[in-house]
Ligand binder design. Structure first.
Ligand code: ADP
Length: 187
């Protein structure tokens, strides 16, 4: 199995690149944001999720961890996973390592897509014209970045210490970033 995390600020291109890598390597693309948006349809729980998403805050770990673990369990016969938007804080990172270890698995590589805040915001604003996402508005975007800085960025040290971190320039075109990632994975 090959298990990857794609990491980076909102708007860095995680979902786009994760799709391309998953196709190429036959991995399961697990996006926590997508899993949560699918849950939105489910009555009360959905309203709760949307409140957090629209505020640019993290949805409680208990819920996200359960969604991810269910999705992993369903796909253990596959070639591997690419996690997108997960983990998003240290508790999630620890819990993912533990859960994988319990299945005899581990994370092989964390791909950190680097993009500065202004470039990322420009991309999200552009995407907002077609995404239909209620959290792609200026106010929520600001809060999402704040959440990223305070809760998500600290994970990088954790992965650096585990020797699985690799940095990728997120500024070039989709195709260029993709070929950079495939080059790293081939090594
Ligand atoms: P982006 O990476 O562009 O911000 P996502 O679709 O990954 O978009 O996430 C959208 C929202 O979903 C987040 O702002 C947050 O509210 C929620 N979310 C996604 N992943 C997680 C997670 N791992 N833990 C908690 N909340 C999450």
């Amino acid at each position: 199995m090959l298990n990857l995390v794609i990491f980076g600020p909102p708007g860095a291109g995680k979902g786009t690149q994760a799709d391309l890598i998953a196709q190429k390597l036959n991995l399961i693309h697990l996006s926590s944001g997508e899993l949560l948006r699918q849950e939105l349809a489910n009555g009360e729980l959905g309203q709760e999720i949307q409140k957090y998403q629209d505020a640019g805050e993290l949805v409680p770990d208990s819920l996200v961890v359960r969604l991810i673990e269910n999705a992993i369990t369903k796909n253990l016969d596959r070639a591997g996973f690419i996690f997108d938007g997960y983990p998003r804080n240290l508790n999630q990172a620890n819990s993912l390592d533990k859960f994988l270890a319990a299945q005899g698995l581990k994370l092989d590589l964390v791909l950190n897509l680097e993009l500065d805040e202004q470039d990322a915001i420009d991309r999200i604003i552009l995407r907002s014209q077609t995404s239909g996402r209620s959290d792609d508005n200026a106010q929520t975007i600001g809060k999402r970045f704040q959440t990223y800085q305070t809760q998500t960025l600290p994970i990088l040290d954790y992965y650096q210490n585990h020797g699985v971190l690799t940095n990728i320039d997120g500024r070039p075109s989709i195709a260029e970033v993709n070929s950079q990632i495939l080059k790293i994975l081939a090594e």
